[in-house]
Design a protein around this ligand. Structure first.
Ligand code: ADP
Ligand code: MG
Length: 292
């Protein structure tokens, strides 16, 4: 049977936009030593927009963007949505109707158009060394600004790169500071590149970050954190994050996240309000004092 103090803490949480799926999560949260955060959609707002487009000599920006958007129209990644929106806002032509677009979660998308193989995604996906030498100084500059760089290749030749900027949530810094005040170790896990991750981590004031992290590697990093710190929480919003949410003792989903994240999590932040994590910890510490 559920203790009155637990019940009271759960209903208090619910009134404050924190949904606990059971009493045990309050106990775990009171003892949490480290919290890992996904980047896109968690520390950041998760609706990036296209800020820069560079194409190889001889190519037209408009044409490349039209093809890229037509391909990305088959992905529901936030970066894909931004590319589609950018085309809709700048090009008067309708998107091409395509079949057989392939999504590679954590990497990018591929499509075959009239015998040409199109690849859109991170450097390692389109060919790392070629990608990094394509407008190398621009790549560095965009990354330093915390922008995500997506490359476009046709038949393994890089023809364009796109810079996309996502905004760190205005509450992120305050939320992390509150956790630091509790002596909790904070860390960011992201599939994005090293320099971009560095810029966003710095702005978010997390203690540590791990970049170029594939979805399955997020799980390994949570396991390592458990060995190092004991009780660990993971905060995320995406389908990609679900295995890591399940691996942490406390999985916390952003209320605006995907269904899979919401279903997997133990706690849901109903209004995407990150400072509520510290509030939930406070609530669970208080409850534990009453119960014990
Ligand atoms: P994050 O952990 O930041 O949410 P993901 O693991 O979803 O990122 O993706 C990692 C990287 O793979 C992205 O930063 C991007 O470079 C590339 N990528 C993934 N999906 C797509 C896509 N649909 N279009 C372009 N690039 C993509
Ligand atoms: Mg995310």
């Amino acid at each position: 049977s559920i203790m009155p103090a637990t019940l009271s803490a759960i209903s208090n949480g619910a009134r404050n936009g924190i949904l606990f799926k059971g009493g045990v999560h309050l106990e775990n949260l009171a003892a949490v030593q480290a919290i890992a955060f996904d980047k896109t959609g968690t520390l950041t707002k998760g609706n990036p927009s296209v800020t820069d487009i560079y194409v190889k000599e001889g190519y037209k920006k408009e044409t490349v963007l039209l093809y890229a958007a037509s391909i990305e129209n088959h992905s529901n990644h936030p970066l894909a949505k931004a590319i589609v929106e950018s085309a809709a806002a700048t090009i008067q032509k309708p998107l091409l109707a395509l079949a057989n677009v392939q999504n590679s979660s954590g990497w990018g998308v591929t499509a075959n158009i009239d015998g040409v193989e199109w690849k859109i995604g991170k450097a390692d996906f389109v060919g790392a060394s070629e990608a990094k030498s394509f407008h190398a100084s621009i790549y560095d500059q965009l990354s330093l600004e915390g922008k995500t760089v997506v490359f476009i290749a046709t038949n393994d030749e890089i023809i364009a790169c796109i810079g996309l900027k996502d905004i760190v949530r205005k509450e992120t810094q305050a939320a992390i500071q509150l956790l630091k005040d509790y002596q909790i170790h904070t860390l960011m896990l992201t599939g994005d590149s090293e320099k971009t991750a560095h810029a966003i981590a710095k702005e978010s004031i997390v203690h540590e970050y791990i970049a170029e992290c594939l979805p399955e590697q997020k799980v390994d990093h949570i396991k390592a954190l458990k060995n190092r710190y004991g009780i660990v929480a993971m905060v995320g919003d995406g389908i990609n994050d679900a295995p890591a949410l399940a691996t942490a003792q406390v999985g916390i989903a952003m209320g605006g996240g995907t269904d899979v994240a919401l279903e997997t999590a133990d706690i849901v932040l109903m209004k995407n309000d990150l400072p509520k994590i510290a509030e939930a910890i406070k609530l669970s510490k208080r409850m534990n004092r009453i119960v014990k």
